[in-house]
Structure formats: structure tokens, C-alpha cells
Design a protein around this ligand. Structure first.
Ligand code: G3H
Ligand code: ZN
Length: 284
């Protein structure tokens, strides 16, 4: 199996993106991996700190390793880990990758914590993502979120950040927000993304908060340097709504593998749609 680094090198060179999908249950993970394998697409699956608490760190690693053992190109990322303690825990548990998200700290504090993680991760052969810029919102349905160019990742600062920390990839802000907003349109500033790419052309860039964005803009972002796209809220909403419908339709059904079938199938359908959009189909 190719490494995550190899896939990122190919994605940057050929202008496609690895999909990153968050999970909290084993059936969601199974749907993601099966969809990707059917389309011969590499994928990343992720757990935030809270998702990791629920699934269990060692359990998440064991589940993903069971798919990797069968030749599936699936990589486990610790998404938005914000403290040294939680980050160290996922590195020790055997994750393939971690996002140390110290973006809420001052710039210099962000560098110190990110560099500490990069140094620690080195002996574990694990990829490290850093985050720079202010990404508002959270992975849920919200009414309105303020989006301001003042929050964007600054190109020159991005160059300095990457040089001083040695991160393998960088999460950037250029109009993206976490979650879905009901009272507002979401748009990316592709002109700003181009400036970031000019400053750090070889570093894989990560688009967080892709839920709610027009498909055409995600495509344009990939054509202009994004190599990794994170989706969470749209999957959460679809899983919830499909399961809710099923329970209403069959209120007496108590067998989990029966009432979970339609939400599992919906997850598979959605992942396939995203992988087509991201251009990663057939890249294994
Ligand atoms: O790290 C997770 C993603 O950035 C998810 O964002 O909930 O807007 O899809 P989203
Ligand atoms: Zn994110």
C-alpha cells in the first residue's frame, strides 16, 4: 500500500484531493471504506477529540488497521486535536495522522505547540497537519456565521509557519467555515487561495468545513491547490435524518443491523458522490 505522503504528493501534482470523512460509529466507517474501495479511491477517515472519546482511540486504530490489512487505502486522522495531551494520546495509540489545531492561540504559541508535535511524531512515522487562520463555526446546522477576510490565512505567515514547524500539510482559511448555515450563502475566496499557493506551492493544503459549499467551488479549490477536503456536517445530518425516517417507518423494528441499513447505504451513496467530485476515483 502507498503511504499517505505518497498519495498527497500525487494529489498535489495531478490536482485531485483526498476526501476526509469524520465518523463516530463502526457502521459509518464501514460505509466510508466500502464506498472508497468500490471506486478504487484512497480516503482519510477522522475522529475529532470528542469523536475519539466516543469511539475509543485504540478501537478506532484497530478498526482502521483491520481494513488496511485487507489492502484498503484508508488512513486514520486525529482531527482538530487541540492540546498536547490529546495529541500525544492519538500518536501513541497508532493513528496515521494528526491535525494539531493550535489556531486559537497566538501565532508564536501555535508554532511552539505545532513544532513540539512534529518533533514527537517523527519517531512514529506519522503525518502532521497544522492550522493557520481562524475557521469559525462548528460541525452542525447553524443560522449564520460571520465570515471576514481578517480571519484568512496570510500567505507570508503561512510560509514562515511551514518552514518553522515542518508540518506535512496545512489547514487554511479563505472563506470556509465549519458546519452548514441556513441563513447565509457559503463562498470560497479562490483569489486568496491562489496567493497562499504561491507562497507555499509544494505543501498540501487542506479545505476544512466543506459542508454547505457549492460543488463547483470545491472543484475550483481543488484545481487551485487544495489536496484534502474535510466533510462532516452533511454526513451527520444525512445519517440522522435517514435513521430518523427509518425508525418512524418501522417503529417496532428493534434489530440494529436492520434499522441501520438505510443510513449505512445513504452514507455509501454520499461518499461516492464526494469522491467523484474530489477526483480521487481510480487513484489507488
Ligand atoms: O474537520 C472537519 C471538517 O472540517 C468538517 O467540516 O462539518 O463543515 O463539513 P463540516
Ligand atoms: Zn475541520
Amino acid at each position: 500500500m502507498k503511504t499517505l505522503k505518497q498519495y498527497f504528493n500525487e494529489a498535489v501534482a495531478d490536482k485531485w484531493a483526498l476526501g476526509h470523512f469524520n465518523f463516530s460509529t463502526a457502521d459509518q466507517l464501514k460505509a466510508f471504506v466500502e464506498a472508497a474501495m468500490e471506486l478504487k479511491s484512497p480516503i482519510m477517515v477522522g475522529t475529532s477529540e470528542s469523536e475519539a472519546d466516543f469511539v475509543g482511540r485504540e478501537q478506532a486504530v484497530a478498526l482502521v488497521k483491520s481494513y488496511q490489512k485487507n489492502g484498503h487505502a484508508v488512513f486514520l486522522n486525529a482531527d482538530h486535536h487541540k492540546s498536547w495531551e490529546t495529541t500525544k494520546a492519538v500518536v501513541n495509540a497508532g493513528y496515521d495522522s494528526v491535525l494539531i489545531d493550535a489556531s486559537k492561540h497566538s501565532y508564536e504559541e501555535n508554532i511552539v505547540l505545532t513544532k513540539k508535535v512534529v518533533d514527537y511524531a517523527q519517531s512514529f512515522n506519522l503525518e502532521v497537519e497544522g492550522e493557520l487562520g481562524y475557521l469559525r463555526g462548528s460541525s452542525e446546522v447553524q443560522e449564520k456565521i460571520e465570515i471576514s477576510p481578517a480571519d484568512y490565512t496570510q500567505p507570508e505567515q503561512a510560509r514562515d509557519f511551514v518552514t518553522r514547524t515542518g508540518v506535512d500539510r496545512l489547514a487554511v482559511a479563505f472563506g470556509n467555515i465549519h458546519g452548514i448555515v441556513t441563513n447565509q450563502e457559503e463562498h470560497l475566496d479562490i483569489g486568496h487561495l491562489k496567493k497562499i499557493v504561491q507562497a507555499i506551492p509544494v505543501v498540501p493544503l487542506v479545505l476544512h468545513g466543506a459542508s454547505g459549499l457549492p460543488a463547483e467551488e470545491i472543484k475550483m479549490a481543488i484545481q487551485n491547490g487544495i489536496a484534502n477536503v474535510h466533510i462532516n456536517t452533511e454526513l451527520r445530518v444525512a445519517y440522522h435524518d435517514t435513521l430518523h425516517e427509518e425508525l418512524e417507518k418501522e417503529p417496532k423494528e428493534t434489530t440494529p443491523y436492520k434499522y441501520l441499513k438505510s443510513s449505512y447505504e445513504e452514507m455509501k451513496r454520499m461518499i461516492k458522490k464526494y469522491l467523484e467530485l474530489f477526483g480521487s476515483v481510480g487513484k489507488i
